[in-house]
Design a binder for this molecule. Structure first.
Ligand code: ATP
Ligand SMILES: Cc1cn([C@H]2C[C@H](O)[C@@H](COP(=O)(O)O)O2)c(=O)[nH]c1=O
Length: 225
């Protein structure tokens, strides 16, 4: 039976708790017979992972940063995301273009109109309808105050260029996500990421059950709660 591909992104400020849920979600879809690709941005291909290392660790200005994340995204779309969706698979992507609007746009102050132009250039000309802008079918937005996220990340690992930014930067990024969510309410599902892991998982799976993408509420995976 042929199936329609499903593209789900997970978004939120650093430390919001997105990545903790990726494996469990992949397992939940696999248990229902779906093939799942778990991937991330920037990254997801050998070239895009090299660009990720530059973006996370080398000093650069906001335009260079924006061009590199979009270059990585183009390669990721062409090599991984579009082929998987064409095969009817589920793509779970840890961050996508909303992160660019939130971090490079709201965080760094890069012009949103110019980001929209890059988005159109990079995310079209793909798939069966080249005029269509490729976007996630659903964006799970892990919403968490910047100070709570910072406390979760404290001492967790050596900070990269973004994680080393001050609290004010993350407050702007969080506002950037809120603005993206209000502009596309049908694509975004807000997750209250301030709850414990079990409750966050329940909110996430409820969104998928509501859309008919998971048949049943899935118990919290061991290792998460
Ligand atoms: N609901 C929660 N309550 C408390 N701590 C949590 C919760 N969810 C995740 N954490 C912890 O917070 C930290 C960050 O979680 P995680 O790596 O999933 O966040 P993230 O959004 O993927 O962050 P980043 O984007 O920076 O990689 C981890 O130490 C994780 O164990
Ligand atoms: C896609 C994307 C990401 N970023 C930033 C956001 C994070 O700080 C890092 C990625 O690290 P993570 O641990 O994998 O979350 O990159 C960005 O600034 N712009 C983007 O488009």
């Amino acid at each position: 039976m042929s199936r329609t591909g499903l593209f789900i992104s997970l978004e939120g400020i650093d430390g919001a708790g997105k990545s903790s849920h990726l494996d469990g979600l992949a397992q939940a879809f696999r248990a229902q017979g779906r093939t799942v690709v778990v991937t991330r941005e920037p990254g997801g291909t050998p070239l895009a992972e090299q660009l990720r290392a530059l973006v996370l660790h080398q000093p650069m200005d906001a335009l260079t940063e924006a061009l590199l994340v979009f270059a990585a995204r183009r390669d990721h779309l062409q090599q991984v995301i579009e082929p998987a969706l064409a095969r009817g698979e589920v793509v779970l992507c840890d961050r996508f273009t909303d992160a660019t609007f939130a971090y490079q746009g709201a965080g760094r102050g890069f012009d949103l109109g110019q980001l929209a132009q890059l988005e159109r250039m990079v995310q079209s000309g793909l798939g069966p309808d080249p005029s269509r802008l490729r976007e996630p079918d659903l964006t799970l937005w892990f919403d968490l105050p910047a100070d709570v996220a910072a406390a979760r990340l404290a001492d967790a690992r050596a900070p990269d260029r973004f994680e080393a930014e001050p609290a004010l930067f993350f407050e702007r990024v969080a506002q950037g996500y809120a603005a993206r969510a209000s502009a596309a309410p049908q694509r975004f599902a807000r997750i209250d990421a301030g709850q414990d892991r079990h409750r966050v998982w329940q909110q996430v799976t409820a969104q998928l059950v509501r859309r008919g993408w998971l048949a049943i509420m899935v118990p919290t995976p061991q290792g998460l709660a």
